[in-house]
Design a protein around this ligand. Structure first.
Ligand code: NAD
Length: 490
């Protein structure tokens, strides 16, 4: 019997509702089959979501941090209970392994628990009496007391990508923990778990309209949200090109923007590093989530003396990577998100410079949008391989001679998100970390993010932080309240 395909609506004001009669197909990248249809939302859907978020803001902003904290803890518990089912949906929709999908959701749960605690600790720098008068006997009389508060901004539209759909949707809920209401706009490739998240939020007791989800194309409803006069802030995790476009669109209403965009992380291996460990991590950190990760090790620089040995170790390790059914726990990576992405990754290999050589390529399963694990050596600094995001399981390696040279090359890209340094010399580790123009530097490791520390970059990676207390601050504005002390005439 043919399996019925779910037609899913938007989640607005605590209900499933869509006015648009058009749908978008949602495909499983492993089976290449349509697994659901979601609303291809239109103007009236956007207006409905904004109206709901705006109306609920009036009461949500007056809740205490303690009340909001309880909703977050309940939501985290519901996600915990449901994580096996949610991980399966995420894996089916995104193509990532079930193991990685579970790890993403577990991290999302931890992020929510962090927000639950952190929203109760928001502080400002000072409060005090800063204006006074000198009396004739040289005594001081304060004229006023200043108080600095952090206030929620209003309706936040959060536009998210397809590589970590559920986890990044959880990150954006930082906005809600400090009193904003939100409209989540997931990527049209991967809307399923974000819809689940909103429905679970209602179960956790979040009032209607506080967390809403709109599905549809970025070009259409993403644009409407970015220009809507009643959306107060726009938070995007996506590509640099989309960030640039949204910045232009948001300028017509001078919205606050928060951008987590592309990355091109250098992975720097000095000759005194633990080479076996560095080679294993270089491969793992390049192919994580099939290479579709903004912090992935995208440019591996290895010091001359150990270069050939490192290449050998990397090939040995890459040969062990298994591609296949994301549900199989022996599989390391699944397919790419789409055929379009596969063609995009291939175009990098079709346009290699003369010196750039493919030294290893794995086999791929016949079905699914798989791209082979590929090692390219001797990449050139000015090539696309080094300068542009590939977002596929391509491990690009080149050599360097000196510390000064590798720092210069590592910094010579448009992006500024993540980086790592591999060395046994603590002074060098700190010297290089200090010189790297990236907002995350790992020493002898690559990839770990934690709920307590900020994540977000500079340059073409954008501005603004997810995670940590800094994420909560992003979603507030500072208000100075001055209380005059002499109004009664005394
Ligand atoms: P994308 O920019 O194509 O899409 C991101 C979101 O923006 C989607 O929801 C999409 O529908 C929407 N969108 C697209 N065009 C739009 C427009 N003109 N107006 C408004 N919205 C629009 O990115 P993607 O391909 O989904 O994700 C991959 C990108 O995300 C990579 O560049 C990656 O580096 C980046 N990313 C960054 C981080 C980070 O923390 N810095 C994390 C994950 C992904």
């Amino acid at each position: 019997m043919k399996k019925e395909i779910n037609n899913l609506k938007n989640y607005i004001n605590g209900k499933w509702s869509s006015s648009s009669k058009h749908n978008l197909n949602v495909t499983n990248p492993f089976t290449e089959k349509v697994i659901a249809r979601v609303a291809d939302s239109d103007n009236s859907d956007v207006n409905l979501a904004v109206k709901a978020a705006k109306a609920s803001f009036e009461s949500w902003k007056t809740t205490t941090p303690a009340e909001r904290s309880l909703f977050f803890l309940k939501l985290a518990d519901l996600l915990e209970k449901d994580k096996e089912r949610l991980a399966k949906i995420e894996s089916d929709n995104q193509g990532k392994t079930l193991l990685l999908a579970k790890a993403d959701i577990e991290f999302g749960i931890d992020n929510l628990r962090f927000f639950a605690g952190a929203c109760r600790t928001l502080t400002t720098t000072s409060a005090g009496n800063y204006v006074d008068t000198h009396l004739s006997d040289n005594q001081h009389k304060p004229l006023g007391t200043s108080i600095l508060k952090r206030e929620p901004i209003g309706v936040v539209a959060a536009i998210t990508p397809w590589n970590y759909p559920m986890m990044i949707a959880c990150w954006k809920l930082a906005a809600v923990s400090v009193g904003n209401t939100i409209i989540l706009k997931p990527s049209s490739y991967t809307p399923l778990t974000t819809l689940e998240l909103a429905a679970l939020a209602t179960k956790a007791g979040f009032p209607n309209g506080v967390i809403n989800v709109l599905t549809g194309s970025g070009e259409k409803i993403g644009k409407m949200l970015a220009t809507h006069s009643e959306v107060d802030m726009i938070s995007l995790t996506g590509s640099t090109e989309t960030g640039m476009e949204i910045m232009k669109l948001a300028s017509s209403t001078l919205k606050k923007t928060h951008f987590e965009l592309g990355g091109k992380a250098p992975f720097i291996v000095f000759e005194d590093a633990n080479l076996e460990r560095a080679a294993k991590f270089a491969v793992d950190a390049s192919i994580v989530n099939s290479g579709q990760d903004c912090t992935a090790a995208a440019r591996i620089y290895v010091q001359n003396k150990v270069y050939e040995k490192f290449i050998g170790l990397a090939i040995n390790y890459a040969e062990k990577i298994k591609l296949g059914n994301p549900k199989d726990k022996n599989i390391n990576i699944g397919p790419l998100i789409s055929l379009r992405q596969k063609e995009r990754v291939q175009s990098f290999l079709d346009n290699l410079k003369k010196t750039e050589k493919v030294v290893y390529q794995s086999k791929i399963p016949k079905k699914g949008f798989f791209f082979p694990v590929t090692i390219v050596k001797d990449f050139e600094q000015k090539s696309n391989l080094c300068q542009r995001e590939i977002f596929g399981p391509v491990i690009a390696i080149t050599k360097f001679n000196t510390e000064e040279e590798v720092i210069m090359k590592a910094n010579d890209v448009d992006y500024g998100l993540a980086s790592s340094v591999w060395t046994g010399n603590v002074q060098r580790a700190f010297r290089v970390s200090n010189a790297l123009e990236f907002s995350e530097v790992w020493i002898n490791d690559h990839l770990p993010l934690v709920s307590e520390m900020p994540h977000g970059g500079l340059k073409h990676t954008g501005h603004g932080k997810d995670l940590g207390i800094y994420a909560l601050e992003e979603y507030t504005y500072l208000k100075h309240i001055y209380v005059g002390l002499t109004g009664d005439g005394k």
